[in-house]
Design a protein around this ligand. Structure first.
Ligand SMILES: *Cc1c(COP(=O)(O)O)cnc(C)c1O
Length: 397
């Protein structure tokens, strides 16, 4: 029997498809440093578990938009960032993932197009495939620090079917944080052509060297949708708590219908999430300081490897770079199957799956710096030795 084209068109996660190779390496007794997945190792704050433990009563459905108390917490949090969302502008979602899916579904019909800055968070392609929406790339380049592509590139990507622009800021996989001017350029472009902006701001707090990430809500013309998530911010990836927020009432009402069809987001995760908003500012100072320290280590260690072009990340917890290998995916597999140093090897993500343009990302990788200092240093050293060994092998063949 046949299965749908849409389901056949969903790309496999470029990160998860290499997991069996890592499993095999581990079966052989090799220690694998996992720098491949954006799952932070920092502890979930205790208050989250306490709130859930102390909950009494029925584990019931909540309002489809989420618990009012949580939406109010989000609203006061946004106001601290000068983002004017009220509780009634916010829908709690099953992570940022569901918020992106809702956003794509509400702005575009099948066959219509959304411009995305590549390399981008790979799941966007999967969401688009399920919705039969086309993702049209504009490219940011390692050589330019993964800065915002120029206006001409956006103009070239534009067709009569373009409905929106979608991008994460701070960026995954690039670690780039766009400047006020870069964002303004995109906002003006969107305004000129009547496009929605879907701004994925799940890493809002995680910026380095005193830099602040600007929200696209600063440029709202009734066309901005904010995608948000508590996963990375509070180390609660498993809770599945995110948010969809907009001042556009028509958009909001339509997305409410989508929210209703899945009844509600996880109730107890919402109960836990409410408590997180009462943590004081020092929580983020600590998180930021930890990631900045790790960023510095990865940047320093990777710069020691000849032929690596990797800009210094300004936010999130990723470092992306061109590395001197012929095929990053082959190289990552080889590192897991055939290479180890002192019984250890390093797993990173090849960037091919983070691009739509087929030829791109072939010699690029992403490192998620989700390990402690010394492990991170060792993992980068092993990666560097691996690159050397891989290339000398090629020369011999
Ligand atoms: C992790 C991530 C998400 C989704 O995470 P959720 O756990 O679903 O909230 C969305 N966008 C980006 C850029 C991410 O890195």
């Amino acid at each position: 029997m046949k299965i749908s084209e849409r389901s056949k068109n969903i790309p496999a996660s470029p990160i998860r498809k290499l997991v069996p190779y890592a499993d095999k390496a581990e079966e052989k007794g090799i220690h694998v440093y996992h720098l491949n997945i954006g799952q932070p190792d920092l502890k979930t704050p205790e208050v989250y578990f306490d709130a859930i433990k102390n909950y009494k009563g029925v584990d019931s459905y909540t309002n489809s938009a989420g618990l009012l108390e949580l939406r109010e917490k989000f609203s006061s949090y946004y106001k601290k960032w000068n983002i004017p969302f009220e509780a009634e502008d916010i829908i709690i979602t099953e992570g940022g993932s569901e918020a992106v899916t809702f956003a794509m579904a509400v702005v575009a019909d099948p066959g219509e197009e959304i411009i995305v800055i590549e390399p981008f968070y790979a799941n966007y392609s999967a969401f688009a495939a399920v919705l039969n929406v086309k993702v049209i790339p504009v490219t940011s380049k390692a050589e330019n620090g993964y800065k915002m592509p120029p206006l001409e590139d956006f103009e070239k990507a534009l067709t009569s079917k373009t409905r929106a622009i979608l991008f994460p800021n701070p960026g995954n996989p690039t670690g780039a944080v766009y400047s006020y001017e870069e964002l303004k350029m995109v906002a003006e472009f969107a305004k000129r052509y009547g496009l929605y902006i879907i701004s994925d701001e799940v890493y809002r707090e995680i910026t380095f060297d005193g830099l602040k990430a600007n929200s696209m809500m600063e440029f709202d013309n009734g066309n901005v949708i904010i995608v948000d998530s508590l996963s990375k911010r509070f180390n609660i990836c498993g809770a599945r708590i995110g948010a969809f927020a907009t001042k556009n009432k028509e958009i909001f009402q339509s997305v409410m219908k989508m929210a209703m069809m899945r009844l509600c987001p996880n109730h107890l995760s919402q109960v836990g999430a409410i408590s997180l908003f009462d943590l004081d500012g020092s929580y983020f100072d600590k998180v930021k300081a930890e990631y900045q320290k790790r960023r510095d280590i990865v940047y320093e260690e990777m710069n020691k490897i000849e032929g690596v072009i990797g800009p210094k990340p300004e936010g999130a917890f990723y470092y992306a770079a061109k590395i001197p290998v012929d095929d990053a995916e082959k190289f990552v597999k080889w590192m897991l199957e055939d290479f180890s140093l002192d019984g250890k090897t390093t797993m990173v993500s090849p960037l091919g799956g983070f691009y739509v343009t087929p030829s791109l990302g072939k010699n690029e990788i992403r490192i998620a710096y989700v390990l402690k200092e010394e492990e991170l240093r060792d993992a980068c050293r092993i990666l560097g030795e691996g690159i050397k060994a891989y290339n000398s092998l090629k020369e011999k063949v």
